[in-house]
Design a protein around this ligand. Sequence first.
Ligand code: GAL
Length: 343
Amino acid sequence: MNVSVKELFKNKNNQIVKEFTLKNEYIEVSFINVGASITRFIDLKSGINVVLGYNDYQIYTENPNYFGCVVGRNAGRIENGVFCLDNKKIELSKNFLGKHQLHSGLNGFQRKTFTEIMNEDSISMIAVSNDGEEGFPGCVRLKVTYQLIDNEFHIKYEAKSDQHTIINLTNHTYFNLNRDKEKSIVNHNLLLNADFFLELDPEMIPKRSKSVIKTPFDFRKSKLIGRDLDETNEQIKIGNGYDHPFLLNKNQSFNHVSQLSVDNLTLDVYSDQDAVIVYTGNFLDGSTSISDEKKANYRCAVCLETQGIPNSMHIKTFKDKNYYQKDESYRQHTVWKLQNNSE
Ligand code: GAL
């Protein structure tokens, strides 16, 4: 495996923004130290970059669309921006509809400058979220490690808090396996290893689990993402497409999550997490410039966000999930396996 580092520019705090690239005979993957964000993920056989990245790297310091970044310390929405911890009501910052919290507010890991550790066959990125940040108790130390093993990209998260708190992390990469990144992903086939998904309330808060049977959310057999997308289904209307947590069928500690494919390219995701949020880029509107001066059009990408169950603290059956005691280890292992089946 080949490793290279490039210095890009200084951010407003005078820190150097750098891009790291891991390359072997199958894949070239690049990421930067802002949000540990994945900027490119290239299938070397076809030369196709399968992820969206900003054309202007300065935009990663704000990252309004969460391109490629680690999201946390809590990914997703928390209803009314509150939760209960040790019989106390914890009030969080509210950055969604002025009422709920989304992706840990404005200062999540997605905006932080990480410090790198160059390991023998991987790179780890380290960042800290301070006690009280965006309302969350506890100082959380995070290490995320990126490694290429043949045609698999491994993401390992390790985190610890110095106080009882909640931790739920994900990566927010937008995938598009088309050569033309402006083309919608409705032509991609998707399979999800999930019998249940979470319904959203009208303000997009995950609420209750529902069987996928006889709904547009049934991806147990691979089907085109676009097949049931414009249905008059109430849930599709609320998300303006797919923007829902799917509850993963867990047979082992590490499971097949999903398969995304178009033409000769296939991306399989494996993880030890409870859920995957499938978000079909419904907030993209063509106003963001991506690599090669292209535009991030409506639904021109799909995010497959492996994580714990979002808003768990407000859902009866999951209310004890995602809490971590002082010094308890949070861990996540997710793998993206990219295959090119062309001759
Ligand atoms: C997703 C979320 C979407 C949207 C997006 C960022 O994780 O489910 O509703 O907020 O992040 O634009």
